[in-house]
Write a protein that binds this ligand. Sequence first.
Ligand code: DOR
Length: 441
Amino acid sequence: MPDTFDLILRGGTVVNHDGIGLRDIGIRGGRIAAIGALAQASAGETIDATGLTILPGVIDTQVHFREPGATHKEDLESGARAAVLGGVTAVFEMPNTTPPTTTAEALADKVARATHRMACDFSFWVGGTRDTLADIPELEQLPGSAGIKVFAGSSTGDLLVEDEATLSDILSLTSRRVAFHSESEPRLRARLGVRREGDPASHSEWRDAEAALECTQMLVGLAEDARKPIHILHVSTAEEMVLLAQHKGLVSVEVTPQHLTLTAEEAYPRLGTRAQMNPPLRSAAHQRAVWQAVNDGVADILGSDHAPHTLEEKAKPYPNSPSGMPGVQTLLPIMLGHVAAGRLTLQRLVDMTSAGPQRLFGIAGKGRIAVGYDADFTVVDLAATRTIEGARMASKSGWTPFDGRVVKGFPIGTIVRGHKVMWDGEVIGAAMGEPVRFVGA
Ligand code: DOR
């Protein structure tokens, strides 16, 4: 009796933890049921993946989708559409919304808004604050919670915990890996005068490499004292990478496509305030160090730091212009372009976007193509050459810092728990997004 599946992906080149090779994948009940030669099997639907490459679903653990509060920039639905168009099957969304995600009610509200309205699966970081210290153990464990995120340096929104005592209290209460925005608030405050009106390039001088290093040094020290795992978001400097390489046991590292692709020297003259983000773009020397960290394993994962602001907002003269760039739709195309250019291998990219997030955050049933796991796939055409265009961005912000960039390798299909949610540039089917599950949560 031949096997029967809901869906078969036939004849694709599958990239997973045990190698790269031609395999069929059979899906039943939203999970991977078989991997191998399934020529005799039948299915409700078959996708001919001949010539295509099938990656484990890309997980973007750092996006800002602005709902509730600033839905003129983005909402959960538009952000998720951008995600699946970029081949992303799950996102972890940040707490600096209005109201911020710092309470059980705010988290439950986001989960309710997102469920079966987002096209991808999701989880929400909960902001750690002094006022909600007592709730932290509970907030970490609630359905839909990705864990605690702390702004140790201020960025968009009001969330900020800069004093060591509170940071240490937060760590003492957590049992999951805590994510940090790491820039020293005292140093940023002391150096406000470094900013020059109308000159966004001074953003990188103000928020200098020392500000990032000082804060990361403090956080690493607190993590070692507390023996608690922490995660440093969007690491951008050479000096931090030297330090972080010595603390791999407890401290994990995220890098962004922006810091790997754009430099301060090149981007400010070309993009002006559109190149403004926190932590800022750096010199080519720092960028080389971030690439080194990708290739020697110091960097664990990639996050897009998708931080949409409208072009009108970005057009305000610096420093009134907001920091951040959209990126969830371009994370994979940009990185596939780097793969095609030989800057990293496809397996390393997959490790940083799928297995890596699973390992760091204890994601249940996602992050690899294996029997029993969720049927989340990013289907790519490694031979496709495409130009990234602002006009194709589904984000409400409607632009990209990578406009006009030609990349080789492009996501052409996104499958979430067996649902084909994007094919050939079209979002299809009903939105089926559900909370990501975590081991032990
Ligand atoms: O540039 C940034 N923008 N960095 C952040 O950390 C926050 C983000 C935003 O929310 O706009």
